[in-house]
Write a protein that binds this ligand. Structure first.
Ligand code: PEP
Length: 253
């Protein structure tokens, strides 16, 4: 069980090495000491090493947006979990909806990637979420169960403590649309039930993601079902990111 909020920034395919270093330097300079919030950033893979270097010695942790299931080999364009460890990364995302939608990733490959990352000693934020058409057809719970099944089936009591789930309705990502408070509560409660049905210890750490910004964040984070957020767009706007961090610090864990 985490004792702090987790605020993770997914920079997506933004901020190449030069910009990423300068953004990280500004963030390091501006950030206040934190007692209630862990702040993680996931730059593009090519920028991750410079960001890790820039943030070394701070409380900010650096990770990746995806990882491969093999340690090395003929997998053109992929990134080994060992390479991430090598640059000082501490976590990775897996199963982001953009990977599933645009790059054909499945829940099975998400599970394989998650396993490999855990084996390498990384923490993993596993992203799940339904498409708009699935929600309107009443399929949200079933879709989430199917996405979670192979991932949770591969966890042990030990590795489960290194997994964080991020519920990100696909229709809310980068659209300015946010799930209603009731939908977030009900969906996170359902995810907890799925977690428990796999006989995993404790409760799942569940982030919400999808168009989080300084205006909507406090209300969402105040929910006991929500343990933090995965943030895209607002995480690469320094003023908004700092504001989100300040809100997390102000909101009781
Ligand atoms: C994301 O990419 O995981 C995300 C939540 O993006 P945004 O905050 O821009 O909706």
């Amino acid at each position: 069980m985490r004792t702090k909020h987790l605020l993770a920034g997914n920079w997506k395919m933004n901020l190449g090495p030069t910009h990423a270093r300068s953004y990280a330097a500004q963030l390091k300079e501006a950030i206040q000491p934190l007692s209630k919030t862990d702040v993680w950033v996931a730059p593009a893979t090519i920028s991750a090493a410079v960001v890790a270097e820039e943030l070394k010695g701070t409380a900010l942790q650096v990770g990746a947006q995806n990882v491969h299931w093999a340690d090395s080999g003929a997998f053109t364009g992929e990134t080994s979990p060992l390479f991430l460890k090598d640059i000082g990364a501490t976590f990775t995302l897996t199963g982001h909806s953009e990977r599933r939608q645009f790059f054909g990733e499945t829940s099975e490959t998400t599970a394989q990637r998650t396993q490999a990352a855990l084996k390498a000693g990384l923490e993993v934020i596993v992203c799940i979420g339904e498409m708009e058409s699935e929600r309107t057809s009443g399929l949200t719970k079933r879709v989430l169960e199917e996405q979670l099944q192979p991932v949770l089936a591969g966890l042990s009591a030990d590795t489960a403590t290194k997994v964080i789930l991020a519920y990100e309705p696909v229709w809310a990502i980068g659209t300015g649309k946010v799930a209603s408070i009731t939908d977030i509560q009900e969906t996170h409660q359902h995810i907890q039930k799925v977690w428990a049905s796999h006989n995993l210890p404790g409760t799942a750490v569940i982030l919400y993601g999808g168009s989080i910004n300084p205006t909507n964040f406090a209300e969402i984070l105040a929910l006991e079902e929500v343990h933090g957020a995965l943030v895209g767009g607002a995480s690469i706007k320094l003023d908004q990111w700092l504001e989100l961090i300040a809100i997390a610090e102000r909101t009781g864990v």
